[in-house]
Design a protein around this ligand. Structure first.
Ligand SMILES: [Zn+2]
Length: 303
């Protein structure tokens, strides 16, 4: 089977190159989440991911958006919209349009985590490359606040706004426009420079919070519901605030919301690494985890 992996990789690249991007963090948001995750992989995770993805993970992280048409069932897995009350409640909110339970981003994070955890079971018939790519994508999506927005406005999709005078909608502002503007204005139009800046903030101004980001002691299978609840709160406090139908959004909105976007990208990346490290670590990996933590505490992280 190993010989098939490079072919899958090429095929996936082909899909990404051809397919138009729809909603979700834009291509760059997803790639950044996964680039950050990669920096926090243990050696055993890195090896397992390289084998499953047939190469580097980050360029493949937008893939789930490109297969929405083929995999129609996957469409509602990109978000976890709520009833519009700034909270996420799994039993109430995690369903598709037919009311089928578990068909939201949080249900998908649980599902694909479970598939990867069972990778050594002989009865496991899942396509684990797809499981990895779906999981990596949906952990990114659930950190975009409007992916846990109100179902009444489809997570901001029906709120038409202007972004520096250009017609768009609020959902797209958060998926793509804020990231794009920041990249151009502050990071020399270079995604790696933006990732590096977010990493510096993680080691510097957010360093005290990282243990709490990774704290996942819940009786639920993963902490997806917590990530969705955080997004639902942020959607109300930052995304919807001062962005009514027809608003003209510019510098004031951009500058005050960019820190939220960058922090959510950092959280998405670090948490994705944590989930994958838990899945793929063996005994050596446990040692790796301890080492990684020591390096983080030391303030200088080197992959
Ligand atoms: Zn998506």
């Amino acid at each position: 089977m190993a010989w098939l992996l490079p072919l899958i990789h090429i095929f996936l690249y082909y899909l990404i190159a051809r397919a138009p991007v729809s909603s979700g963090w834009g291509i760059e948001g997803h790639v950044m989440v996964c680039k950050i995750a990669q920096e926090h992989f243990t050696n055993s995770t890195m090896n397992a991911v390289l084998e499953l993805a047939g190469g580097e993970l980050a360029p493949l992280c937008p893939w789930a958006d490109d297969v929405r048409k083929q995999y129609r069932w996957s469409r509602t897995l990109h978000f976890a919209d709520s009833a519009g009350d700034c909270t996420f409640q799994y039993s109430r909110d995690c369903h598709n349009t037919k009311g089928e339970i578990n068909m939201c981003a949080v249900g998908a994070i649980n599902n694909y985590t479970r598939q990867l955890q069972k990778r050594k079971d002989s009865s496991n018939n899942y396509n684990l490359t797809e499981s990895l790519l779906f999981l990596s994508h949906f952990v990114g999506d659930i950190h975009q606040p409007l992916h846990a927005g109100s179902e009444l406005d489809l997570g901001g999709n029906t709120i038409k706004v202007e972004w520096y005078g250009k017609n768009t909608n609020l959902h797209k502002v958060w998926d793509e426009d804020i990231v794009e503007k920041a990249k151009q204005k502050f990071y020399d139009d270079d995604i790696d420079t933006m990732v590096e800046s977010i990493q510096i903030n993680s080691r510097d101004i957010w360093s005290d919070e990282i243990d709490q980001w990774m704290n996942c002691s819940t009786k639920n299978f993963t902490c997806g519901s917590i990530y969705a609840s955080e997004s639902a709160r942020l959607a109300c406090d930052y995304a919807y605030k001062d962005a009514k139908q027809g608003s003209d959004l510019g510098d004031e909105y951009f500058i005050s919301r960019l820190p939220v976007v960058e922090k959510r990208i950092a959280q998405g990346g670090i948490r994705l690494a944590e989930i994958l490290n838990k899945i793929f670590d063996d005994d050596t990996g446990q040692k790796d985890q301890k080492l990684l933590k020591e390096r983080r505490i030391g303030g200088v992280y080197q992959a």
